[in-house]
Design a protein around this ligand. Structure first.
Ligand SMILES: [Zn+2]
Length: 356
């Protein structure tokens, strides 16, 4: 009996092995494509690429660009950072499509902030995927792609502000800081991009506390302002009265958890080398940020469906268009800031290369 079980087990193991060999995506690719090198230990990559308490799973630098693209299907310490944001994009598109079917959507000035929120979400997700997938190519690439990642964060913050302002704010809140809100949100969005670029360009590993301060203070200020219409509404309107309010509460909860895991290298701090591939704080941060965006989209769509007829009367078509023109302006300002940071880093890297 036990021999039969063992026989059956070994047959099953063989079948699983054969099946996994069959399903290996790299085998399906043309043989002319380069295959990514095996991952290496932290000591084998420059200090810039080493993450605290992550001891292995690094992709060697200076491979062919196609190797980093193909590393999407390789198991390394950035795989889950890439996939957590890569899968969030189709999830958002699906949610959009489902809401258009159930709640309805009309393409006019009133729907512009909702479209821009969606564009900003997809932008930050795509730029984050590009950064985590391609940054290992070289020190230059690392800086370039993370500067662009910060552009995505700023644009997303402003996209949220537009949605919160036009669909989710209460008249009493608008009477207090309404006029200052969007210019302030645009300024703090840009400041968070500039602060993150400055911190990245200024400080070297092991990073001092000042680096986190430069990143977190502008981003926190931007968040506090962006979320103020929602916080006010959650505190003044009974949650059972409007279907969107529990989703707004969930988006705030997810964001607080995301911010916690972004700021602290937990749980890897307690298991150095134990979270190299799965369970890093940054992966958990990506998961909660993706969840935050999903809850936000659901909440904003519900608010849009409820208030779309009133939006034009309350704000006027002109204010809607102006607010939406400010979105590409902020995008351009952030791109310009990241280009300045790139130029600065390029000079430093050229100087270091000459000295070698
Ligand atoms: Zn990330």
């Amino acid at each position: 009996m036990s021999a039969d079980i063992l026989q059956g087990f070994s047959t099953l193991t063989l079948s699983v092995k054969q099946l996994s060999r069959l399903l290996r995506l790299s085998d399906l690719l043309p043989s002319s494509l380069p295959s990514p090198c095996p991952t290496v230990a932290a000591s084998q990559v420059p200090a810039l690429f080493r993450e605290p308490y992550i001891l292995s799973g690094y992709r060697p630098i200076q491979q062919d660009w196609r190797c980093y693209l193909l590393s999407l299907f390789q198991w390394h310490n950035e795989t889950l950072n890439v996939w957590t944001h890569l899968l969030a994009a189709p999830a958002l598109l699906f949610l959009w499509w489902a809401n258009v079917g159930t709640l309805g959507y009309t393409s006019n000035a009133a729907s512009l902030p909702l479209v821009l929120f969606m564009v900003s979400s997809l932008t930050y997700l795509c730029l984050s995927v590009a950064a985590h997938l391609l940054q290992s190519h070289s020190e230059r690439a690392h800086y370039y792609f993370f500067f662009l990642d910060y552009v995505g964060v700023a644009v997303y913050q402003y996209g949220c502000s537009l949605g919160h302002f036009f669909y989710s704010s209460e008249p009493a809140w608008r009477d207090s800081i309404g006029m200052m809100f969007l210019p302030g949100a645009a300024f703090f969005g840009w400041l968070s991009c500039a602060g993150c670029c400055f911190a990245k360009a200024r400080y070297r590993r092991p990073y001092p506390l000042q680096r986190k301060i430069c990143q977190l203070i502008p981003t926190s200020l931007a968040y506090v302002l962006d979320i103020s219409p929602i916080a006010h509404r959650l505190l003044t309107v009974p949650w059972s009265q409007e279907a969107s309010l529990p989703f707004h509460a969930l988006q705030i909860g997810s964001f607080i958890l995301a911010a916690f895991f972004f700021s602290c290298p937990i749980p890897e701090r307690f298991f150095p080398g134990g979270c190299d591939f799965v369970g890093q704080g940054h992966q958990v941060f990506h998961l909660f940020l993706s969840l935050c965006t999903v809850f936000q989209l659901e909440a904003l769509f519900l608010d849009y469906a409820r208030r779309r007829d009133a939006v034009l009367d309350v704000f006027g078509e002109r204010q809607l268009w102006w607010a939406c023109v400010s979105f590409p302006c902020l995008f351009m300002c952030c791109i310009l800031t990241s280009l300045i940071a790139m130029r600065h880093m390029n000079k430093i890297l050229q100087h270091v290369e000459k000295k070698k």
